[in-house]
Each structure stands twice: as C-alpha cells, then as structure tokens.
Design a protein around this ligand. Structure first.
Ligand code: SF4
Ligand code: SF4
Length: 489
C-alpha cells in the first residue's frame, strides 16, 4: 500500500467513524432582528412579565395589624402563603393542586385557540432567552456580523465584546436569582441584609443556583430547552386540532415559489407564480432555526416573528401581507377547494375548558371567601368507648383539637350540646363565666384538650345520642363545630 492509498484508507476510516457516531452537535442559530406587530407584542409582554417578576416583591398590601404587608409572600417561617387578599395555610395544600389544575386548563384553552401562544410569548424560557439575545445583538451585532465574526480567529476586541456580553448576562441572571428569594421574606429587609452580608446562607445559595440556571438556560441552551427538555411540545401536539390558529405558511398562496424577477415574467406571460420569493427571511429571523415553509413541527414555538419578516418582504415587493399568518388547517383546505375562511372559536373543547376553568375557579374562590380561621376536630376514646363509674354514672372521653389560624392569641370557650357545663370537664383548663371550659391559644397554634362528658346514673338508661362540640372565639365570635356520639351501652 503506497502513501496515497494509506491516506485514502485513513480518510475512509475517518468518514466511517463520523457516520457511525450517534452524536451531532446542534447548529448554532443566529436569529436576525426583525420589526413588526408580533415583535412589538413580544417586547411589550417581555417588559410587563419581567417587570412583574422583578418588582412584585416590593409591592405592599395592608392586611391589618400583626400581618405582613408584602403583597406576594411565601412566609416559610410562619407557614403561610400570601397573595394580596388571599392567605393559604399549610394544611390547605389542595389550593395549590387546584391552582395547578387551573394553570393546566388555561394552557389547554390557549392551545385550543392559538396553538403554542404560551411558548411563543409568555414562557419564562422564551422571555429570558429573548432578553439575552437582545443583549447579544446589542454588543456583538446582528446575524450577519456575528456569523462573519465567529468564522474569524478571535481578536482582542471581539474577546472584550464577548466578555462584556457574558458579564451582562451574568448580571441579569444574578438579578433574576436575587428577585426570586425576595418572595420568601420581607423584600426591603432582605435586600438590606443581602447587601450587608447578613442574610441567611440559604438566600445566597439560592441566588447562586438561580444565577447559574438562568445563565445556562437563557444564555447557552436556549432553543435546546424547548426542543429536548420541555414536555409541552409533545403534549401540545396531541391536544391541538385542525381549527386551532397556528403560525402557518399559506402554501396555497406562496407556491410555486420563485424569485421576484421570474415571478414577474411568469405573471406577465399568463403563468402562475406563488407569492413566496424564496428570500429566506422567515428562516433567518426564527429563534428556533425553523423554516416555516417546511411545516411548523415540534421546534416552532409559534412566536410569529416569521410573520413580521415575511410581511416586511411582501410590503417591499408590493404583494399583500400575511403570506405567513395565524391560520388553521381547515382554512387552507377550504381555500384550496375555493371556499372562504371560517374561524370556529366555539368548539366542544374550548367550551369545555372554559366551563371547567370557571367552575374550578368559582369553587376555589367561594371556599377561600367562606373559610373559617378557627378549626376543631374531635376523636372519641375507643378503648373503652364508655365507662360506668361506681355511682352508676356513664362517662365518655374525647380528644378535642382546636386550631387557631389567626396571627393573634385568642380566647376560646368549649360548649358540648345538648349537655350542661356540669356534665363537662376539660383537663387542665379554666372556666368561663357560665361554667364552660375556656382556653387561650397562641397565634397559628393547635391546642389539644382532653374532655370528659359524664351523665348521672338517672340518665344512663337513655339511649346513645349525637352530641356537638362547639368552639367559640370570644374576640371575634367565630364558631367552629364538630359532631360525635355519646355512648351509654
Ligand atoms: S419570508 Fe416570505 S417570501 Fe421570504 S422565503 Fe419566507 S415565506 Fe417566502
Ligand atoms: S417558525 Fe416562525 S413562529 Fe415558529 S418559531 Fe420560527 S419564527 Fe417563531
């Protein structure tokens, strides 16, 4: 084998090795800047959503004395979640389940109406990636400049630009992590503690973790998160239908695509040319690297930026806009059949999702508005169920658990109906003026009370009966009740 053969063999071997590899590096995407309606909507939503996220912890809401005045607060120390006038206690974790179900249904409804509108406009991954890309564009230039520069050897000037970009990214990521921890404590106090290095270690650790994840996900992984990590594209694909509005290349109007000059010649000679001039602008602006003309697929987040790009092109060449548009599969088929567009917003699934959202939302609001911040639970002694004393009287014993959900110490009176105070003894408590057991319970505390109910021998022949334990808050007059039985045999 001569040297040339050896080189050839090596080349074949190298090619074979490449062909056998299961790894393919993701191509780097350089989305071009674009202007238009959907870009403006995305900027507006970016400002609103990030503004809410970064500044909401500083918003105050007066809940009265002894209550925190931060509008949105996860108070881990006192096991409370506050959202303006709503206050959720740890044992009410089912509200979070309800909120998750509501969020899922709203996502389903959005999907049934306008496809992946959540992904394209509101998902945190999209919003932060958009912000990071804007910073990159500002510092390193637009698509062409970056493609050109990245192909050249690194110079000191470009190195400085890259360093500046990563520094700004890290600052945004750090601010993102910092804002997150402010939801878990009084924000102004925590900011002061953080600045003077007096905050708890967990605050610094949380900020560190969130700084890293934001920097990695929005700065480096970007579209890879949507394509490989997020389950929603797969779920969404199974939930959509042919009446949902999706960003669509109207191939019925765009094809056959050809260059502008050829299209003009074709039209002048009575031939047919589509409106697509094959300029590639729609693919150049796409943050996911998708050419919508091949179909949206799972990669398309439905951000609408290709609509803006194509509208700009259509405007320049004097053709009507919306060659790419929010459209439905049904309408494409109808237009091909010579029929007009129809938009069916009211469909079984949209109505069903709306009704479910309204019902679950109403149930949660009603239950929040009517709930009692006083709770009582009663457990009857089981062994023995009742006791006959030496004088023939019958005694039943109970464990009564009283919950004070307020943030103040309160005084409570226990009444057991239909008995009189003389029949009721509570171990280790005082008595109210009318002789019923009385206890003081601290803020956010539970009190367990052992209660003995005794009927004299004369009444012991009476059959077992239902009894009611009534707890009365002496300050607010709020009442909580629990039912049980008094057993005589
Ligand atoms: S931007 Fe419009 S005209 Fe240009 S390639 Fe895309 S669809 Fe065709
Ligand atoms: S194809 Fe269009 S709508 Fe889809 S992600 Fe790309 S730019 Fe956004």
């Amino acid at each position: 084998m001569n040297a040339r053969d050896i080189r050839g063999t090596r080349r074949v071997a190298t090619v074979a090795a490449v062909d056998n590899s299961l790894y393919a590096a993701a191509p780097k995407i350089y989305p071009q800047s674009v202007h238009g309606t959907f870009r403006r909507i995305k900027w507006a939503l970016l400002v609103v959503t990030l503004g809410i996220y970064y500044f909401l912890p500083f918003l105050r809401f007066d809940r009265g004395p002894n209550e925190p005045d931060q509008a949105v607060l996860v108070d881990l120390a006192h096991r409370r979640f506050y959202f303006f006038f709503i206050e959720i206690w740890p044992q009410e974790v089912y509200y979070f389940t309800g909120l998750l179900i509501l969020a899922a249904l709203i996502l389903f409804l959005m999907n049934a109406v306008a496809g992946r509108v959540w992904c394209g406009y509101l998902c945190p991954q999209t919003v932060w990636t958009d912000l990071f890309r804007a910073v990159e564009r500002l510092i390193e230039g637009d698509r062409r400049e970056r493609i050109h520069n990245d192909a050249l050897p690194l110079t000191a000037e470009r190195l400085a630009r890259k360093a500046l970009k990563h520094f700004v990214w890290l600052m945004i990521a750090w601010w993102t992590g910092g804002a997150w921890v402010l939801y878990f404590a009084d924000a102004p106090t925590l900011v002061r503690e953080l600045a003077t290095f007096q905050a708890p270690a967990i605050a610094y650790i949380s900020i560190g973790i969130l700084t890293f994840t934001t920097y990695a996900l929005a700065g480096h992984m970007r579209e890879q998160v949507c394509i490989y990590m997020c389950p929603w594209p797969r779920i969404q694909a199974a939930l959509t239908d042919e009446n949902a509005l999706n960003v669509t290349y109207r191939y019925d109007r765009g094809e056959p695509r050809t260059s502008l000059k050829k299209a003009e010649v074709l039209r002048a000679t009575g031939g047919r040319a589509g409106d697509c001039v094959d300029c590639g602008q729609c693919a150049a602006v796409c943050p996911m690297g998708v050419d919508i003309r091949r179909g949206a697929g799972l990669d398309c987040i439905q951000c609408g930026l290709c609509i803006d790009a194509c509208d700009t092109v259509m405007n320049k060449i004097g053709r009507p806009p919306r060659l790419i548009a929010y459209d439905t599969d049904v309408n494409i088929k109808r237009r091909l059949a010579g029929l007009g567009n129809v938009y069916r917003l009211l469909r079984t699934r949209t109505v069903l999702y709306t009704v479910l959202i309204a019902v679950i939302g109403a149930i949660m609001l009603t239950s929040l508005a009517t709930r009692n911040n006083l709770g009582v639970a009663v457990m009857h002694d089981r062994n023995p169920l009742y006791l006959q004393l030496a004088d023939g009287s019958i005694r039943n014993a109970y464990m009564v658990r009283i919950l004070n959900h307020t943030t103040a110490t309160s005084s409570y009176v226990l009444k057991v109906k239909p008995f009189t105070p003389a029949n009721v003894t509570a171990i280790g408590t005082g008595k109210s003026k009318d002789g019923w057991p009385k206890v003081e319970i601290g803020p956010d505390q539970t009190y367990e009370l052992r209660v003995l109910v005794t009927l004299p021998a004369s009444a012991s022949s009476v059959a077992s009966r239902d009894i009611t334990f009534q707890i009365i808050n002496k300050t607010s007059s709020q009442i909580a009740t629990a039912r049980d039985h008094f057993l005589t045999r």
